[in-house]
Design a protein around this ligand. Sequence first.
Ligand code: AMP
Length: 518
Amino acid sequence: MTILDKIAENALKHPERMVYYRENTENFQSGGVKGGSLSWGELEEYSNRLAAYLDRGLTAKTPVVVYGHKNPYMIVCFLACVKSGRAYCPVDISVPSNRAELIFKEVNPEVILATEELPVQAEKVLSLSSILSIIENEKKIISRAKYVSGEEIFYIIFTSGSTGIPKGVQITGNCLDRFVEWAVSVGSGFETGREGGYTFINQAPFSFDLSVMDLFLALYTGGTLWALDKKIQSDMKLLLESLKRSSAHVWVSTPSFADVCLSDRQFSGELMPGLERFLFCGETLTNQTVRRLREAFPKAEIVNTYGPTESTVAVTEVVVTPGINETYNPLPVGKEKKGTRILIMDQEGRILPEGQKGEIIIAGDTVSAGYWNNRKLTKEKFGTMEIDETVCRFYRTGDRGYKQDGFTFYCGRIDLQVKLHGYRIEIEDIESNLMKLPCVRQAAVVPVFKDGKARSLTAYLSVKGDIENSFEKAQELRSRLKAYLPEYMIPKKFVFLDSLPMTANGKADRKALGGLRS
Ligand code: AMP
């Protein structure tokens, strides 16, 4: 059964049950419709009507951008797009105007569904009030024959790109269906028809693929998504209160977010007595985080999963039992799901035996159809191979890893990508945006690591003219850079040098820079 069929089935079973809660409604232009929540019945009906409108009003089957921040109508829009046969491309408000403009230009959508005010002028935009009035007035509903299916693109998520232009990862209907079918079995599994359903914590904005894990698990299992918006996440008191009220059963986040919560002792099984499981993905889960979580939530299961956006959220899993936490450091990222094979390859493309480190290659039924509008990069990173007599796509992750005891282990990157507080960042993306600032002559960004995890970024710069006050200069550059990059990509430290040290082949010598005292 496809995810869209499953959603229709769930909506029919319990139309009154809440499918989505967002507590902070301060910025939510509700237009007279109920605050930040949505029932299953509303989700199904509204998305059917909006899909019928899109089907009638749009000519091409090109992707539609959905803009906003955890607004309940974002999920109405997502489903409306795919029900009308179009992929959706979520863009969060954390994306600054220049970058949003780049994404809009890349996607070139026939329409943008904007649940918040757009940061830039765009031609065809449906604001939230227009979306609400369409939902109210549309008489038709969409035919199932129009739904995105099989190898058609279901969503496109943009991630940091090394050229300074984000790249759009295309995920097909098949990829999402195979992912969700596996995700319901992760850890001790989910009962799809459980009485009352599961409530899932949603931390990641919808423009990050980690959110696909909680959103589509909630939709597939007939549950509820409890969204923590930006404001709640930035205020510990609000956050803990919201977590308490959520009565959540399942936690989905990056380990970094759990670390933030663990800094307050109230974050425990007493605050969230119904919490059964932590699902982690997106960055290294450390032994220490597991130890602290186990102390705070002795009854909850802790699951580590691994995968890039290019292979639909995650392709491996391991339940981190106390035994596993004591035996392995680093922790394994797990065993691959059915339909996926992880291979460790050397630079010549030879498959390496257990224990040897190389690049992690993911092959299988959830590997992306490639990057939107970028054949060159798609050819570089993706290919096809035969596994168990089936031809499937593979993706070169750029992650370094090895296999041991049937598990895959992750041990860093072979390129200049980093994960910082759970966010995926191409270092060259920051550098090429720094070079857009007129006074910058040379720029190199170096991550600062502690206990095997990137903790912050330092930018080394040589600039035109004299610097009277380096603190003020750094502040100036930081605020200018914010026009191009989201907050999480802005380096914490700026170090000004007359010129940057160079390697023999004329590139900034990052090793030498990393060794400099900043
Ligand atoms: P994203 O596309 O944002 O999900 O980022 C994917 C990258 O995050 C992977 O290629 C890895 O470098 C990293 N990553 C994902 N899951 C894990 C994990 N469980 N442990 C360590 N790194 C991870």
